[in-house]
Design a protein. Structure first.
Lengths: 115, 889
């Protein structure tokens, strides 16, 4: 929206969340949101409100689980962590994503194969 | 996988809403707090920190709403809300709801009850393993029209030659008297080939079935008994195997016990078989005769063989046999599914009934639909308001659909309850015995059917209101209400006309059946069946030792029967009119016999002299038999008037000669002519292919055939008292007679005559009930519509009366509205009835579809009923008081 930053497009947010949880361990929603922005080098503009339905979806699909805990500054927050199915899913999606980007990359950088 | 899991989680999200809502609020709140704290640390003011946090989140409520959408299933929640709304609405109008539910329950209940029968009898696979591989094999002869069994030699050849495509087995009926162990008793039996149980796929509970070497002449005498007989005679002990059993004076050894329940409707619908003996051990002549087609053959297709392949194979075998044995070349072979064989002619009856109740259901739906429509019209304003307030058309249409569907499903549940008890009377009242009756249950097919029927009716119910809700002129409702009413009542009239049309079809069908019954009952059966009782006789085998002894036994039996008080006359006869069993013989009126397949056929009946008196058959010319017509005397014959007309048109047949090859090469002399007897039943006789009849003296049956005939003979008794009263003393007297014979299949002739049209009776009763209900519903529909419309026009009628309209003209005004509707419905209904009449005529013997009298009567009844239903609202309208009406709103 603002500042010419690209929006997060459909489907990629889930992978970002899963990857974040894989790297960082259990986190609360706000933490995940901040971490995603940070990882993107603040190039992404994330509407935090869209994060929660995404978390809910991942939880319904069984890739993450949640429980209430206490944050660093002693505040009650809901913590999310990766399940075993989630770990597999990260692997699979990472692989898919790499493949997809590799294909797109061939179109974007003209080489001898594309002719 | 995980998508599925997600769905379950979302469905689960429909419940426990409040705790989730609280948790979500807490999570968002903690998110905002953390963000605010971070912002404060970044140096913002509190207000700014909070504003930025909320901005970034996109609003607390918006975030929550996104989660809610994700959490549950929005359209499902909408649906539940619609259903709740519909239920509340129905509860608010109990009168409407009760009437609508009862009407729908009646429709779906009747339809489901009939479908329960169809499911159990026609659709359910037979209870044998791989039932679709089971077939029956027939010989078809052009002369007899119908299909027959095989002869035993033909069966053996077919069994051998069809080896690659199927396993074949065969059976024939063979009841008799068991004298040991226990008291002497008559049991239904079957002679079966080895492999009978194997082909059906039914293992015996004890012992084994017949070995091939036992299934031939001279084999060891072995028997298989039913589970019931095992319990009765041997107390269910294992020791029964190897025990002796004396059947028809022959000593058998029990080698097997059939499972419980087996033998009830195996292969044919009738009889409960208690005893199985090896068919191949039967040394009777008829088993060696290639023209005696008395063996029923069954087969199990080998894996991978199709029905058509089997059909072709069997046809080829038939053709080859016809070539090898040209004397019997008139036959061809064919196969049929075993299930079809068992079900027989029940199939068209059941589908006819389903058609009738289907019409009833449609009337019920049209009735309730018009009620719903009337409600929808009166709620037009409410819909318009909701539309104006922003409800989408889709929502309004969904609302209407929910209402109709909820109503129909509730009606369906009631209907299903109704069907659970409702199908039983059909089974018990079924004419004859309903095959597979014990297999009729409310199975999954019935549930599915009820669900489909209710859903379909729900859609039909909702269409009209839904169309109105989606119509583009909702906003116009505010401006003009009368426009909406006029449009509503046109649709409404269409519904009522539909009801009248459908009711016409049912009432006319009932009318046609009623006329058929009247016509058939007034027919002269050709005999006087009043006070006549008949029974088959099982002679003990001692009586069959020599032909002379057998003849003496029969004479003795007649003498004893004659002594029973109340008995007027007694005869012994092989085939009884209207009962199963015929003996068609070819005949010729000249010495130059035509080829076998062109020879005319007559039903031959072998009788004792008193037969004419017992049956009350009229003697037209000449004489009937006397005691002098015995073996050794000249062979004599009596013919009926139909044969006389066919063979001797115009000439006096008495004294003429008739060549009957089955009775020997020499001609027999005709001594008399008697009236025609409707042997094939009141309904069937006119349409049967063999109507000629001849009688010959039992005393002149040659010695060689006497043992065979003795297994077929029945005793017929004319009484001076109600015939069933003499049955007990007659049975005792006959058992006391020197022979010790027993009676079975005891029937009065009145019973047989009414059984011969019991199918027509049964259909008439049911159609009459359905037609009555249909007429009632249609009249309620007419009444409801006119009351409703006149109610809406009270003010207009008031104005008319205020400016001088008479009550008569108001009645005319209202009736005028209904007459068009009645005429339309009736015209459509009569057109439909023509088709229905043809269907009835083709599937019910004796019905004539071109019956103008029935059409006139039924049309009159319908018009009268429809006008009566219209008259009440019309008269009520004519009594409107203008001064009150003008203030009415």
């Amino acid at each position: 929206m603002g500042g010419g930053k690209p929006d997060v497009w459909q489907g990629t947010l889930a992978l970002m969340v899963l990857k974040t949880l894989e790297v960082m361990g259990p986190m609360h929603g706000y933490g995940i949101a901040r971490r995603i922005e940070q990882t993107s080098g603040h190039l992404l503009s994330l509407n935090y409100g869209t994060l929660y339905p995404a978390l809910l979806k991942l939880e319904q699909e069984g890739y993450i689980s949640s429980e209430w805990g206490v944050s660093d500054n002693n505040r009650r927050a809901k913590y999310y962590k990766l399940t075993r199915a989630g770990r597999k899913q990260v692997e699979k999606e990472t692989h898919d994503w790499e493949q997809a980007t590799a294909i797109i990359a061939r179109f974007l950088t003209p080489g001898e194969e594309s002719r | 996988m995980s998508t599925l899991r997600g769905w379950f989680a979302r469905l689960g999200g429909l419940f426990g809403k409040e705790s989730r809502e609280r948790e979500l609020a807490a999570e968002i709140e903690s998110h905002v707090q953390m963000h605010v704290e971070d912002n404060l640390q970044g140096g913002m003011t509190l207000d700014e920190a909070r504003r930025q946090a909320l901005l970034k989140l996109g609003g607390v409520e918006q975030a929550k709403e996104m989660c809610r959408d994700r959490r549950g299933v929005p359209w499902l929640e909408d649906l539940l809300r619609d259903v709740r709304y519909a239920l509340r609405d129905l509860a608010k109008n109990p009168n409407f709801t009760i009437i609508a539910l009862l009407t729908l329950a009646l429709g779906t209940g009747a339809t489901t009850a009939i479908f329960t029968l169809i499911s159990g009898v026609l659709l359910k696979p037979l209870t044998y393993p791989h039932p679709n591989d089971l077939i029956t094999v027939h010989a078809q002869t052009n002369r007899y029209g119908d299909s027959w069994g095989l002869s035993y030699p033909d069966f053996l050849d077919s069994q051998r030659d069809s080896e690659p495509v199927m396993q074949m087995a065969s059976w024939t009926g063979g009841g008799g008297t068991v004298t040991e162990p226990g008291e002497a008793q008559y049991v239904d039996g079957r002679e079966i080939s080895s492999g009978y149980f194997l082909v059906l796929g039914i293992p015996l509970v004890r012992g084994r079935e017949f070995l091939p070497e036992e299934d031939r002449a001279g084999g060891a005498p072995v028997a298989i008994i039913s589970y019931g007989l095992w319990q009765r005679l041997y107390g269910g002990r294992d020791a029964a195997l190897g025990m002796p059993l004396v059947f028809e004076s022959k000593r058998y050894t029990v080698v097997g016990v059939a499972p419980a329940g087996f033998g009830v409707s195996e292969v044919s619908a009738e009889g409960k078989t208690d005893l199985y003996t090896p068919l191949g051990q039967n040394t009777q002549l008829r088993l060696r005769n290639r023209a005696a087609r008395m063996i029923r053959a069954i087969g199990r297709l080998r894996p991978g063989v199709t029905f058509h392949q089997a059909q072709t194979a069997v046809r080829l075998i038939g053709l080859r046999l016809a070539k090898d044995y040209p004397d019997d070349a008139e036959q061809t072979f064919g196969v049929r599914e075993l299930r079809q064989e068992i079900v027989g002619d029940v199939r068209p009856t059941l589908w006819l009934l389903l058609g009738a109740v289907g019409l009833l259901l449609m009337i019920a739906c049209a009735n309730v639909a018009s009620l719903l429509l009337a409600r929808a019209v009166s709620r037009e304003r409410e819909l318009a308001v909701r539309f104006a307030l922003g409800a989408t058309r889709g929502r309004l249409v969904r609302q209407c659909l929910a209402e109709g569907t909820v109503l129909a499903l509730c009606g369906g549940v009631l209907g299903l309850l109704l069907a659970t008890i409702g199908f039983r009377p059909f089974v018990t009242l079924w004419p004859g015995s309903l095959p597979r009756a014990e297999e009729i249950h409310l199975d999954w097919r019935v549930w599915l059917f009820a669900l489909l029927v209710s859903t379909a009716s729900g859609l039909i119910l909702s269409i009209a209101p839904a169309l109105r809700a989606s119509a583009s002129n909702l906003e116009r409702t505010f401006r003009s209400e009368s426009h909406a009413i006029a449009k509503g009542s046109r649709l409404h009239s269409a519904f009522v006309a539909t009801q009248i049309g459908l009711a016409t079809i049912l009432v006319l069908s009932a009318g046609l059946l009623g006329r058929t019954i009247l016509r058939l009952s007034s027919l002269n059966p050709g005999f006087d069946g009043h006070n006549v009782v008949t029974a088959r006789v099982a002679l003990p085998s001692a009586a069959l030792a020599t032909p002379a002894q057998t003849r003496a036994t029969w004479r003795d039996l007649i003498d004893h029967a004659q002594r029973v008080p109340g008995v007027r006359s007694v005869a012994v006869v092989d085939t009884i009119p209207m009962r199963e069993g015929i003996n068609p013989l070819g005949y010729s009126a000249s010495a130059s016999l035509p080829p076998v397949d062109r020879m005319p056929l007559a039903l031959a009946t072998s009788v004792t002299p008193d037969y004419l008196n017992v049956m009350g058959v009229r003697l037209r010319e000449g004489r009937f038999f006397t005691e002098e017509d015995r073996s050794g005397a000249a062979l004599v014959i009596v013919i009926d008037e139909v044969l006389a007309r066919h063979a001797f048109a115009g000439k006096d047949p008495v004294g003429q000669r008739l060549w009957v090859p089955a009775m020997g090469p020499a001609p027999v002399q005709i001594v008399g002519v008697v009236s025609h007897v409707r042997h094939w039943g009141l309904a069937g006789d006119d349409e049967s292919s063999i109507r000629d009849q001849m009688y010959y003296p039992f005393a002149q049956v040659p010695d060689s055939l006497i043992p065979f005939f003795s297994t077929l003979m029945s005793v017929a008794v004319r009484t001076d008292v109600p015939p069933l009263n003499v049955v007990k003393p007659l049975e005792e007297e006959i058992r006391r007679s020197s022979s010790g014979s027993t009676l079975y299949e005891i029937r009065t002739m009145d019973q047989l005559a009414s059984e011969s049209i019991s199918r027509q009776h049964f259909l008439l009763v049911l159609f009459a009930i359905f037609a009555g209900l249909a007429l009632l519903l249609a009249c309620v529909g007419i009444y409801g519509l006119l009351s409703y419309v006149t109610g809406r026009r009270v003010r207009e009628i008031g104005v008319r009366m205020a400016i001088g309209a008479t009550p008569q003209s108001v009645v005319r005004l209202v009736l005028g509205q209904s007459i068009l509707m009645i005429a339309t419905g009736l015209a459509a209904g009569i057109a439909g009835s023509l088709a229905a009449g043809r269907l009835l005529a083709s599937s019910v013997t004796g019905v004539r579809s071109n019956d103008p009298f029935a059409f006139v009567i039924v049309t009159g009844v319908l018009i009268a009923a429809a006008l009566a239903a219209s008259l009440i609202p019309a008269i009520r309208a004519s009594r409107i008081d203008p001064t009150i009406a003008l203030r009415y709103e």
